[in-house]
Design a protein around this ligand. Structure first.
Ligand code: AFP
Length: 340
């Protein structure tokens, strides 16, 4: 059995990283996030008894009602990360602007404190998503503008899934992954309170028969997306010549986890419901970190045409359409959009 601590120790030894290295800073930040993840797990386990259900009575920057646990999770992460000496600044789904932290820190952290918050009150999966970026102006306070780095700049990314068990999935960027372990999956042992390694080098099959999309929006999708889903629905009687199955967790973290475990494609496409919104999901703390995980596991991640991690961000709360998972399937969606 390899605990997360064991894993990090051997990783730092293998990279001959000293305590001031980038690798050791990233490890320290992931440890801070997982410590908070354990607290959130405990709150979710107590559920209604911990008075975490219901609305907090405020709206977040996206104009969405904040749930009580959204606010609690956000505050816990904010407090823990701003106290971490490596963290120069923090940006969250729940905060309009980035929060500067330690000027001497070399990292910026973005997070969605509780993805899938509509699942909290019904005891369904939720999660915390994080993305770690370099802070190049070390010695200066982190500004909003500094967070606007492409997904390809991420040093590490991952999520905590609060499901029937709590799990941690993360990956380092290729450059920092000296052990070539790719995407790693740990499970929280409730007896010891330690995360234990379940799998490394997770790999996503290039083909799939399973897709995730909220089809109630079908009439608002662009024609190529309508065509794609119609082809899947036609099954063996259509051009794809095979039957497909649908799954939808209503928490991206749950859908991405399923794809890392058994493959599939996840789509939250562009639609015409609100011309001011390019998509529903947020680039910097949802789409980019999930894209790093998916690509490092051999999958692909686009906005239907363009690679997500190549986006030049213009705003920390920017939204993007997302099509990610099985490589051949993502490329097929891309082909339909390019032909349109
Ligand atoms: P919330 O965190 O506001 O519940 O949103 C979750 C989410 O952004 C993403 O995790 C889901 O895939 C998607 O929304 C679910 O959207 P629908 O409400 O359209 O099912």
């Amino acid at each position: 059995m390899t605990t997360l601590n064991d894993y990090f120790q051997s990783y730092l030894t293998a990279t001959s990283a000293d305590s001031s290295s980038k690798q050791s800073a990233v490890v320290d930040v992931i440890n801070t996030i997982t410590a908070v993840g354990k607290e959130i797990t405990e709150l979710l386990r107590k559920g209604a008894l911990a008075d975490i259900h219901g609305e907090a009575g405020a709206e977040n920057v996206q104009g969405e009602q904040q749930k009580k646990l959204d606010v609690i999770a956000n505050n816990l992460l904010l407090e823990a990360l701003t106290a971490n000496k490596h963290c120069a600044g923090v940006a969250s789904e729940e905060l309009d602007d980035a929060t500067p932290a330690n000027e001497s820190g070399e990292l910026l952290v973005l997070f969605d404190p509780l993805d899938g918050s509509s699942n909290i009150d019904i005891n369904m999966p939720t999660g915390t998503i994080f993305s770690i970026l370099p802070h190049s102006n070390k010695g200066q306070a982190a500004t909003n503008a500094e967070f606007l780095q492409k997904g390809t700049e991420q040093l590490a990314a991952g999520y905590l899934l609060y499901g029937s068990s709590a799990m941690l999935a993360f990956t380092f960027s290729e450059a920092l992954d000296t052990n070539n372990d790719g995407v790693l999956l740990f499970s929280l042992n409730p007896t010891t309170g330690e995360f234990e390694l379940v799998k490394k080098n997770i790999s996503i099959d290039a083909d799939t028969k399973e897709y995730a999309i909220n089809a109630s929006n079908a009439r608002h999708w662009l024609p190529p997306m309508q065509q794609y889903i119609n082809e899947l629905l036609a099954g063996t009687t259509g051009p794809r010549g095979k039957n497909f199955n649908t799954r939808w967790v209503a928490a991206m973290v749950g859908d991405v986890h399923r794809i890392l475990c058994r493959g599939g494609i996840f789509i939250y496409p562009k639609d015409t419901k609100d011309p001011n919104k390019a998509g529903k999901l947020r680039l910097m703390y949802e789409a980019n970190p999930m894209s790093l995980l998916i690509e490092r596991a051999g999958g692909a991640s686009t906005d239907a045409i363009k690679r997500i991690m190549d986006y030049e961000p213009t705003n920390i709360h920017q939204r993007v359409p997302v099509v990610l998972g099985a490589k051949n399937e993502v490329e097929y969606v891309q082909k339909l959009h390019q032909q349109a």
